[in-house]
Design a protein around this ligand. Structure first.
Ligand code: SAH
Ligand code: SF4
Length: 341
């Protein structure tokens, strides 16, 4: 499982081979990833055999939606940990949503991953391998009408990336320094795990930071996002402002809209004022309902109304489409369905 070895240490997997073999292997793994070792055409058969299995997980399920423009994988690590990734093709870009943990300890009420609790952290190689797998898949099966290269990676699958800091950091290092991805096209989405936000600001890469806000006052936010009791909104705003200053990157505020909860004009106005203070971009998405929670998405008209209120209050806001709903492509939902039979 060569993705579990740091790219600089690959020669350890190939004892007795000339040193250029490790360079060739690194080029396959990180430059032009392929689905199986037999596709690594310039490596001799004896070397390819040693690379099997190539992936640190098996593909338990692959589903397509939106006429092939959304592809979702449920991967399974040898110890049984579930890893989800979703590939989304648009006209101008292809975006991959990846997981940083199997499960999540944060317990947000509306999130399928949170409802399941925490299984374990993913290793850097397991995180990176999701990106490599999607790139290999895209080369073998391009998405019609979309670019043939993976342009964007978002940490919006299972898990809280900043609670698995070292492994997430190392996966970003490999994406940027070894795969050659642009850090700006990598988005780390956080529930507001303050120490991680502070550390990320000190890293050399200008990755995009997305803060999952969902509520504009602590009273409401605590009912949706339990960790808000430890890291309240004002502290998160300070950390986001510092991130913006140190990286020169606009922060994104994520807002999952729930019927009768955070879809009021008061929340819209308060959100817009936080966005103005941070000069942040607001991303609104209607809740994807999960089996175990009572929250529901507002009607479509109300969603558009909310976006209008935020906009008129002066914020820069976009409404995100809910891709792949028919395959449960939201946070943790494919696994949720399988586990409930
Ligand atoms: N733990 C990180 C990243 C993973 S969740 C975070 O919370 O930011 C990625 C995004 O999906 C977050 O903005 C999260 O609030 C949102 N999300 C979770 N469950 C959802 C659901 N059922 N419907 C819509 N968005 C959801
Ligand atoms: Fe974890 Fe994010 Fe889900 Fe909250 S929304 S439970 S932090 S994955």
């Amino acid at each position: 499982m060569p993705y579990l070895t740091a790219p600089e240490d690959l020669s350890a997997l190939l004892p007795g081979e000339p040193s250029y073999r490790a360079d060739q292997l690194r080029a396959w793994l990180y430059g032009t990833p392929v689905l199986q070792p037999s596709d690594m055409t310039n490596l001799p058969g004896s070397v390819r055999d040693r690379l099997d299995p190539l992936w640190p997980f098996s593909v338990e399920e692959q589903q397509e939606a939106d006429r092939g423009r959304t592809v979702k994988w449920l991967f399974r690590a040898p110890d049984g940990a579930a890893i989800e990734a979703v590939l989304m093709g648009y006209r101008s870009r292809v975006t991959l949503c990846i997981s940083s943990q199997a499960g999540c300890a944060m317990g947000c009420t509306f999130c399928a991953t949170g409802q399941f609790g925490f299984e374990r952290h993913l290793e850097a190689g397991e995180i990176l391998a999701q990106v490599a797998y999607a790139r290999a898949h895209l080369r073998a099966h391009p998405i019609p009408g979309s670019p043939d290269r993976l342009g964007n990676v978002v940490f919006m699958g299972m898990g809280e990336p900043l609670a698995n800091y070292e492994h997430v950091r190392e996966s970003i290092r490999r994406m940027v320094e070894v795969m050659g991805m642009s850090a700006r096209n990598i988005t780390v989405s956080t529930v507001g795990f303050l120490p991680g936000m502070r550390r990320l600001a000190d890293e050399p890469w200008p990755v995009t930071l997305a803060l999952s806000l969902h509520a504009a006052d602590d009273g409401l936010r605590e009912t949706l996002v339990p960790i808000n009791k430890r890291y309240p909104i004002d502290d998160l705003i300070d950390a986001a402002a510092d991130y913006r200053r140190s990286k020169g990157r606009r922060v994104t505020l994520e807002w999952t809209l729930m019927d009768g909860i955070n879809d009021t004009p008061e929340q819209a106005t308060a959100l817009a004022s936080i966005a103005a203070e941070l000069r942040a971009h607001v991303n609104v998405i209607a809740l994807n309902p999960t089996p175990l929670s009572s929250e529901r998405p507002p009607e479509h008209r109300r969603v558009e109304q909310f976006v209008g209120w935020v906009e008129r209050a002066g914020a820069n806001v976009t409404l995100r489409d809910t891709r792949g709903q028919e395959i449960d492509a939201a946070c943790g939902q494919l696994r949720a369905r399988r586990s409930s039979g």
